[in-house]
Write a protein that binds this ligand. Structure first.
Ligand SMILES: Cc1cc2nc3c(=O)[nH]c(=O)nc-3n(C[C@H](O)[C@H](O)[C@H](O)COP(=O)(O)OP(=O)(O)OC[C@H]3O[C@@H](n4cnc5c(N)ncnc54)[C@H](O)[C@@H]3O)c2cc1C
Length: 681
């Protein structure tokens, strides 16, 4: 089966520029946080207006949601226009319609002015329904959109499957979003403005001047535009009006004539479809299966759903190969309670500006936000400002939605903490997976990478304290309350959190690692034989031989006992060493346990070395006396008749023996059953 890429189609086909991190303090007119479509469009418009701009990007240009979009550029918003009229009145909806058209035209103008090669193409959009009840919805939408001045009509869509009705939106568009973004970035960087990537903003301070703290330096500026998709500067005011959904996309290589157009059905969550050119061929790009972030335990099923949706609708003659899915990716959409984004001055701030809540319409909303914010920062009037004001409250229209979205927070905050953890021990965390576990009474987010290494984190989201959940598809820790997402090492990926999940140190001893239990038994048995034999020699045999009167006889007994024991002890040490190597190969351990493991292994190595040294000395010593009758007092004390060489060899063996005993005891103690569970250190 061919591999499916989890990079988006755009990431696989667009080289993106890199700039390097901020390394010192700097002063500019405007700091823009985030290098997605919103931040880079705003930065370019501000630069063109004569501002010195710094774009600060935590990762790289286009690494945010813009890299994972499907880039339908459309006025057919996720929230139906008849609902927007209900929420904002005819005038408000009219302003929204004009702003969307302006955004499409601005994208088109920027492409022409900057001569951007990004497969920009004007084409119609189709809102279609396969259900009878969807027809009424389409009729209602047609009536509203016509009244708002949009060009719509009922027509037959160029789809290879039957539909009940389809509403055609004229003059929509599509493009390759990352080629567009790369060109915007190139236009922004230079001439007094710059982009710093791998520069995470850790604090935003309003004032005159404002300050943006990053990991590499402070940016002092007059205005700050937070263009991070989900605002990282807001904990409460905006976040309670936002909800984060995850949306999924698959691509399939097509053949023959491609169905040109943008397509959306009327089910909830809806499916969105377009095609994309690629090296003379084309891809079918289908998205949907949305769910609230952190609230769908089977995210892999979302891709299955999309494949199952495609199969009966697009004939095999249209799609290539037996397993035609080439890309699968997912990312986040931010929705507002009243259906329009929040764009403008951050509530409670003077010089901090935000833009968020685009739902699945970030190409137009992001561009609209960039136009609006650059106007406001430059002191230009803009008729859209009141409509999109982040401080707006629509009590009647959005109250129900507000309750529905916010009941999640207290519910998850309390209920998730009472839930039985998915893992009872570190052994229950398979490779490449994450699990919530309870270790000595504390809940932990445990992740084991493909090499077997464990990472332990606090599962408490650093935004507002809910417990994160493992997302097996995106391999991330997702927060079900406000959609924060964290990488397996705890670093922030998405959403409102600004700080990573707290690291926890685990002390995990060998027997809880995910290895064959018989290996641990062999290792312990080997160590026990070696240690037991030595203790018997020192505590039992040594005092016992002291009662033998004849010194020669004593020497012979000690030599006989030592020779036999040495064979057994060496076999035990060898077995323990082999088992240890096997264990380390199978499960290299856990971050935080490495020091314990290293100490145990060092002690074991000392025991092996001193054991080998004693073996050599013992053989040399027995050779010095006839029949092995070395004239010793006891195993630990030299006899008066011993030669200088015999004394030296014997003393070395005594010191080596005690060292070996101590090292073996230490190695075993660090792996003893009493410490054989994971514990926090
Ligand atoms: C699957 C999917 C399909 C979609 N399809 C469409 C579509 O067809 N049409 C459409 O119009 N919209 C679509 N959308 C929505 C659209 O893609 C997004 O709304 C849009 O890309 C958001 O752009 P942005 O610039 O605001 O955010 P992003 O592109 O996410 O950029 C924000 C940037 O901020 C950076 N950042 C975050 N925190 C920090 C920090 N602390 N310091 C510094 N930088 C930080 C991030 O790394 C990121 O690069 C889709 C969304 C998804 C998930």
């Amino acid at each position: 089966m061919p591999l499916v890429s989890t990079l988006s189609l755009w990431q696989s086909t667009a080289p993106l520029p890199g700039y390097g991190p901020l390394r010192s303090d700097i002063e500019v007119d405007v700091a823009v946080i985030g290098a997605g479509i919103t931040g880079l469009t705003a930065a370019l418009l501000l630069k063109r207006a004569g501002q010195r701009v710094a774009v600060l990007e935590a990762r790289t240009v286009g690494s945010g949601v813009t890299g994972f979009t499907t880039a339908h550029i459309t006025e057919a918003l996720d929230t139906r226009w008849f609902r927007l009229i209900k929420n904002f009145g005819r005038d408000g909806a009219g302003i929204a319609a004009r702003s969307q058209r302006a955004a499409i035209e601005r994208i088109s103008a920027l492409i022409a002015e900057e001569e951007i090669e990004c497969q920009f193409r004007r084409l119609p959009g189709w809102l279609f329904t396969e259900e009878d009840r969807g027809v009424i919805e389409l009729e209602q939408e047609a009536e509203t959109t016509r009244a708002l001045g949009l060009h719509v009509s009922f027509a037959e869509p160029p789809l290879p499957f039957p539909v009940k009705a389809a509403l055609r939106f004229d003059d929509q568009a599509q493009f390759q979003p990352l080629r567009y973004l790369a060109a915007l970035a190139t236009a922004v960087h230079g001439g007094g403005s710059f982009i710093a990537d791998r520069t995470r903003v850790v604090d935003v301070e309003d004032g005159e001047p404002c300050r943006v703290q990053t990991e590499g330096g402070t940016v002092v500026c007059r205005d700050i535009f937070v263009a991070t998709h989900s605002p990282v500067n807001d904990r409460l005011l905006l976040q309670t009006k936002l909800s984060q959904y995850r949306s999924y996309v698959v691509t399939v290589r097509g053949r023959g004539q491609s169905p040109a157009g943008l397509f959306w059905d009327t089910v909830d969550p809806y499916h969105y479809v377009r095609t994309a050119e690629d090296d003379g061929g084309w891809f079918l790009v289908v998205g949907g299966a949305d769910h609230k972030v952190g609230q769908n335990p089977d995210t892999v099923a979302a891709y299955r759903h999309l494949r199952d949706w495609i199969r009966p609708r697009f004939s095999t003659s249209m799609l290539q190969g037996k397993h035609p899915v080439e890309h699968e990716w997912s990312a986040q959409v931010v929705e507002t309670v009243d259906g329009l984004p929040y764009v403008g001055r951050n509530p409670t701030n003077g010089h901090v500006w935000v833009a968020t809540g685009y739902a699945g319409n970030g190409m137009t909303h992001g561009t609209m936000a960039a136009i609006l914010i650059s106007d406001l920062i430059c002191g230009r009037r803009n008729e859209w400002a009141d409509l999109y004001d982040p401080a707006r409250i629509k009590p009647v229209s959005s109250f129900k939605e507000w309750i529905r979205e916010n009941v999640d927070y207290p519910l998850h905050f309390v209920a998730d903490r009472l839930k039985r953890p998915a893992a009872r021990s570190v052994e229950d965390v398979p490779r490449g997976e994450g699990r919530i576990a309870e270790i000595v009474g504390e809940r932990l987010a445990l992740h084991r990478d493909e090499a077997g290494m464990l990472t332990a984190l606090s599962p408490v989201c650093t935004h507002m304290g809910c417990e994160v959940r493992w997302n097996p598809d995106a391999r991330s820790w997702d927060c079900p309350c406000h959609g924060g997402r964290f990488a397996p090492d705890g670093q922030v990926l998405d959403g409102p959190p600004i700080r990573p999940l707290r690291r926890k140190k685990l002390s995990i001893t060998e027997d809880v690692r995910k290895t064959d239990p018989s290996t641990a038994i062999v290792r312990r048995l080997g160590l026990a034989v070696a240690l037991g034999g030595m203790l018997f020699g020192k505590l039992g045999l040594d005092p016992a031989v002291a009662v033998i009167k004849r010194r020669r006889e004593r020497g012979r007994v000690v030599t006989q006992a030592w020779t036999r024991w040495t064979i057994l002890g060496a076999a035990g040490m060898m077995a323990a060493a082999l088992a240890r190597v096997r264990e380390n190969f199978a499960a290299p351990g856990c971050q935080g346990t490495r020091r314990v493991s290293l100490a145990a292994d060092t002690l074991f190595a000392i025991a092996c070395l001193t054991g080998a040294m004693n073996l050599v000395c013992g053989v040399l010593l027995t050779r010095t006396a006839k029949g092995g009758a070395v004239p010793i007092e006891t195993g630990l004390r030299s006899g008066p008749a011993m030669t200088l060489r015999q004394r030296r060899l014997h003393r070395t063996m005594v010191v080596g023996g005690w060292t070996q005993l101590a090292a073996l005891a230490g190695a075993l103690a660090l792996q003893s059953p009493s410490q054989g569970r994971a514990s926090l250190i």
